[in-house]
Design a protein around this ligand. Structure first.
Ligand code: URA
Length: 440
């Protein structure tokens, strides 16, 4: 099958057969399709879309482009479960949800990614912990899963290799924002990870990739339906990303907030609500709780008893991080820390989450180009929630920077991202739409 013929079918709005989609994915992996041909196909898919059947076939072909993990003979104690977010600012739910679900009897081999655009990446956050290995050998991964119940790691090179090449080409050809391509990209990695149930956090708002409720719904439906058609029980929540989740954004700062959350020192209410909602869905879907209410109660008990914190500590120690992360995390701190203060009295009407995410990137906490190194120390902390009543001079947040000039530049950008109003506007709930039905 000639690449140019298949591209032509999609360009003209036709439907590709399963065999044609498999030919595309083979060409992607063995590089018989040139970068230009892959980019042209990605653009044709972005412009003309795909039927659900085509999207299922693409997801399946990408899943089987490499190793598909099978945990059946690994001696794991519970169902293999995972959560995936479409990306946000200050989103540290993965760091706290994985140990909560582990403490409730699930096994969570969470394959996570690096920061993308203005959004943070779970792997970058965990690498703020000295020694933490994101690519452990399989034996070590299995040992950690048996001992801690969770292991947050990166995708190995043999997991869905078709996605690695396609994603890199989409990233530089303005073809990321295609619902079937996002669906196949996310689900191929999750299906290859051999999960038994998946819960998805589809972010909506100025700090997310989806800005309109209709678009978030379309993506959530596509993900849930394609997962279901592939035999993976899956639910999705559409959740608010108009404000930073929790009080911090930046790698070491988010790990510190997650530790405070797990130990009970501080639990920011929206982060807590979202974590419990996602945990409850996953525990019910994985057969560990009969109802959502029971799942929520289990998750709360895992937190309040300290069992979730212990699972996190075992995971970190097992992957080479600090031996007792709960008492001595050895997180690096930025040399310059300055408070940004309210320029006048008012109510904090909004903080543009995307702009805050970009400031973290500018400070060095994310990448401007692939291959850049990330500064784990920098970011924002003590971020005041929307609706806060402020007097002139009250702190809005704290900037953590590598030097004074960068702190100053961050403060300038942040002031433009913050709106103070005369009266408070209502702040909506963090979970916007409860769930999309499971279609397995
Ligand atoms: N995350 C992914 O893994 N793939 C996409 O296409 C978008 C977000």
């Amino acid at each position: 099958m000639l690449a140019q013929s298949l591209i032509g079918v999609k360009r003209d709005g036709g439907t590709l057969s399963e065999a044609q989609i498999q030919a595309f994915v083979h060409g992607l992996v063995d590089e018989r399709w040139s970068e230009g041909q892959v980019a042209a196909m990605a653009m044709a898919i972005l412009l003309k879309g795909m039927t659900r059947g085509e999207c299922v076939a693409l997801t399946q072909a990408m899943t089987h482009s490499g190793l598909v993990l099978d945990w059946s003979d690994a001696g794991l104690a519970g169902p293999v479960l995972d959560k995936h977010s479409t990306g946000g600012v200050g989103d540290k739910v993965s760091l706290v949800l994985a140990p909560i679900v582990a403490a409730c009897g699930g096994v969570v081999p969470m394959v996570s990614g690096r920061g993308l655009g203005h959004t943070g990446g779970t792997l970058d956050k965990l690498q703020a912990l000295p020694g933490y290995a994101v690519a452990p050998p399989r034996e070590q991964l299995l040992r950690v899963l048996r001992e801690a119940g969770c292991a947050i790691v990166g995708a190995s090179a043999d997991l869905a290799p078709a996605d690695r090449r396609l994603y890199a080409i989409r990233d530089v050809t303005a073809t990321v924002e295609s619902v079937p391509l996002i669906t196949a990209s996310i689900l191929s990695k999750k299906l290859a990870a051999g999960l038994q149930a998946l819960v998805l956090d589809v972010k909506l708002g100025n700090g997310a990739f989806m800005h309109r409720l209709d678009d978030a719904r379309t993506l959530a439906r596509s993900l849930v339906e394609v997962a279901g058609a592939s035999g993976l029980p899956c639910r999705a929540l559409i959740t608010d990303m108009d404000q930073v989740l929790g009080r911090t954004a930046g790698n070491a700062l988010e790990v510190a907030e997650s530790l405070d959350f797990l130990t009970g020192a501080v639990r920011e209410p929206r982060l807590l609500a979202l974590t419990l909602a996602l945990s409850a869905q996953l525990l019910q879907l994985g057969g560990l709780a009969p109802t959502l209410a029971a799942g929520q109660a289990l998750a709360e008990a895992a937190l309040s008893s300290g069992r979730a914190a212990e699972c996190f500590a075992r995971m970190v120690a097992g992957l080479g991080g600090p031996a007792d992360v709960l008492t001595d995390a050895r997180l690096p701190a930025a040399p310059v820390q300055v408070d940004l203060v309210a320029p006048r009295d008012g109510v904090l009407a909004s903080m543009d989450a995307r702009a805050l995410g970009l400031v973290v990137v500018e400070l060095g906490g994310g990448r401007r180009r692939a291959g850049d190194t990330v500064d784990p120390r920098v970011g924002l902390s003590d971020i005041r929630p929307q609706g806060s009543l402020l007097r002139a001079g009250d702190p809005l947040l704290r900037v953590h920077a590598a030097n004074a000039a960068e702190a100053q530049a961050a403060c300038q950008s942040l002031l433009a991202a913050i709106t103070l109003a005369e009266v408070a506007a209502p702040v909506g709930p963090v979970v916007i739409e409860t769930l999309i039905e499971t279609l397995v």
